[in-house]
Design a protein around this ligand. Structure first.
Ligand code: ATP
Ligand code: MG
Length: 429
């Protein structure tokens, strides 16, 4: 195929054989979030570039090198969103959703765009489900975010494969004091740091903590610890969160090197990680960002949220073979009709059945075909039952009902009794 007819590298089609798993996953999350009282918000995919520069931070990986930025016909600089928080905060401010200190529990789903090196679990268009909570400042809501993800892992059957890592970055004051101490220590060991860390020491020193470089990691062993710099407010908040996770029976690991890639976090940060996906092990990550709304021009408004990577969770479900069998079957009943008169009757009958059983997944054969070819299609559709309508059946106003997966004998059912019969043998979602 010529190059111009291929998808862009790192931007994937989600093919029909994969969409049932995506819909199962997305449906499970949506139901869970409804149950916890979160409301969905939908933002545009493109925003002014300035929004991301101001919220994510100029010296982050995303803004420095990962954004898809272009000029539109008006000469405005626009960017395909690399994450959801910035746009969500923008929308909340623009529509006054957090005015007068009003709490908001919101969630979103959709594609995000980052120009990264594509590999397993890392793409240039990927999908996130994210939550953002505004104007609730206690550790109870931090805990709720974690508790509901823990429940989600339970529903999906992947609890054993993920671990919770937790840290506190403190308030901006305590983080400021810690930064000074860290920079002082690292500067004294400057020649032992890798090149990237030397650069980050000047631009975003906390990011040195999550370096992958072994030499730099060795230097970090004796570096000052954030935990020793937390002020009372941050410490009490963090203790409150830990107590709640203990009460909910959720195991966690304190990782003092966890700083997260984005500039705007404060106090709680967390990641759910798995060792089943190789290098791309973080499936869900988030934290508190109490200063962000104000930084973006709003009144002081606390915030906390997370985003999960759908592709990585789908990969995890597949790797662990936790894909429920029933989701791949998309047809309950397949109707075969032979000849014009039978086709007309089949259409009328099937629409009547749909009136009575709105959730029945009934596929009516299209494109005519011999008995053999229609039967083959019925079998291949995955249907549990075939319905057979030819001239003989039509004359008697009955339809042949044939189990395709070995549950019982073929029988004739009167047209009028068909819906009631199907209701007894097909479990309807
Ligand atoms: P990573 O360290 O893996 O680059 P990140 O810190 O950049 O992740 P976040 O911005 O916190 O990621 O996004 C939240 C989640 O979105 C990640 O934990 C991951 O599951 C998913 N994610 C991020 N970038 C990608 C990507 N390029 N492809 C697929 N999923 C991604
Ligand atoms: Mg990244």
């Amino acid at each position: 195929m010529s190059k111009s007819l291929q998808a862009i590298r790192g931007m994937n089609d989600i093919l029909p054989e994969q969409t049932p798993l995506w819909r199962y996953f997305e449906g499970t999350v949506a139901r869970l979030l409804d149950n916890y009282g979160y409301k969905q918000i939908r933002m545009p995919i493109v925003e002014f570039t300035e929004l991301f520069k101001r919220s994510i931070g100029e010296v982050t990986d995303i803004v420095e090198k990962e954004m898809y930025t272009f000029e539109d016909r008006n000469g405005d600089s626009l960017t395909l969103r690399p994450e959801g928080t910035a746009a969500c905060v923008r929308a909340v401010l623009e529509h006054g959703l957090t005015g007068a200190g009003q709490p908001q529990k919101l969630w979103y789903i959709g594609p995000m765009f980052r120009h990264e090196r594509p590999q397993k679990g890392r793409y240039r268009q990927f999908h996130q489900i994210g939550l953002e909570v505004f104007n609730i400042d206690g550790p109870d809501i931090d805990a709720e975010l974690i508790v509901l993800t823990w429940r989600l892992w339970g529903l999906l059957g992947i609890r054993d494969a993920v671990k919770l890592e937790l840290n506190s970055l403190g308030t901006s004051e305590s983080r400021g004091r810690y930064k000074v101490a860290l920079v002082e220590y690292l500067s004294a060991h400057l020649h032992k740091l890798d090149e990237d860390s030397q650069r980050r020491l000047k631009t975003n020193p906390l990011r040195v903590l999550d370096t992958k470089n072994a030499d730099t990691q060795a230097v970090l062993v004796n570096a000052p610890k954030m935990a020793d710099y937390l002020d009372d407010e941050s410490r009490i908040h963090f203790e409150g969160l830990k107590a709640r996770l203990d009460a909910a029976g959720i195991p966690f690991l304190i990782n003092t090197k966890l700083v997260r890639g984005l500039d705007y976090y404060s106090k709680t940060v967390f990641e759910w990680v798995t060792d089943k996906l190789g290098a791309q092990g973080t499936v869900c990550a988030g934290g508190r960002y109490d200063g962000l709304v104000e930084q973006m021009g709003g009144k002081p408004t606390t915030g906390v949220g997370f985003a999960m990577g759908i592709e990585r969770l789908i990969l995890l479900l597949e790797t662990l073979e936790k894909v429920p069998e029933e989701i791949s079957r998309q047809v309950d009943v397949y109707l075969c009709a032979f000849g014009e008169a039978a086709e007309l009757a089949a259409l009328a009958l099937s629409e009547k059945v749909r009136d009575q059983l709105p959730n029945l997944r009934l596929q009516v054969n299209a494109g005519a075909g011999s008995f053999k070819s229609q039967f083959k299609k019925a079998d291949k559709s995955g249907a549990l039952y075939a319905l057979i309508l030819g001239d003989d059946e039509l004359a008697q106003q009955v339809i042949g009902f044939k189990p395709l997966r070995g549950q019982g004998e073929q029988q004739n059912i009167a047209f009028d009794a068909l819906a009631a019969h199907l209701a007894t043998c097909v479990v309807q979602g």
